[in-house]
Design a protein around this ligand. Sequence first.
Ligand SMILES: [Zn+2]
Length: 285
Amino acid sequence: MKNCKLTCLICSLMLMSSAAWSADEKPEITLCGELAQGKIIKGHGENLQKIRINGANHQVDKNGDFIFALTREQKPQTTLEVTAKDGQVYSYDLNIAKSQWDIQNIKGLPPRKVTPSQEDQAEINRERTLVRGALKGDRLETYWKNGFVEPVQGRISGHFGGQRIMNGHKMNPHAGTDIAAPIGTPIKAAGDGIVTLTAPDTFYSGNVVVIDHGHGLQTIYAHMNKIDVKEKQFVKKGDIIGEVGKTGRVTGPHLHWGASLRNTRFIPHSLLDLGKENSACVILN
Ligand SMILES: [Zn+2]
């Protein structure tokens, strides 16, 4: 009898501890989008404080929604770290599919734009500082939730991620997508946001605009003929921000459309699927 009481006591203690354990069990996380290199992913979870991937923290809004991007070189095994509101940290293993990147052989660029002189270096540094500054933004707003459109419709003349060979020199992979269109074609804001950079006449990007969509997400518009917006201006998805041009390092008129999320450059067109009802989702726990 005494033994039974003891067993029952241990039993109920175990039940209590298992009840306490279930109160802070691993949160269920939903991820929507293609888990592949260079793609943007939308996620959701209850009672989350923040998430962390590739060494960067990402905000979670009051509804439990967040976004992150997978790099061009994202490893097949990647860890997503989630901090719950009570401070507990949980890890999730993600399996990332490989993406295909092409080779872009670009000839006929002005030699100065491929192998710049010492004197050009100050201009290049000025451009880097401006663009990097604009891509540091991590606003609380979630303008990205209102969806995205293509800023210009036209032939894709250079895909994101392509290994570029310029005038025979191996350069960095292409950080955006080039859309060919005649000079003067109107450029739309890809999504709602705040214009955080309007820089005229930069060395590589020419006339360049950056729009901040909140949570560390920005879109970049380069080589513009004309800029029709001002810094700190709020734009709606589809508003005209300027015209297609051929300023900066180009061989012909096109829009270079870039996208950056917490400093990870990704495929801009993957924004068009962000949060779509029918996009593929996985549940992790
Ligand atoms: Zn480009």
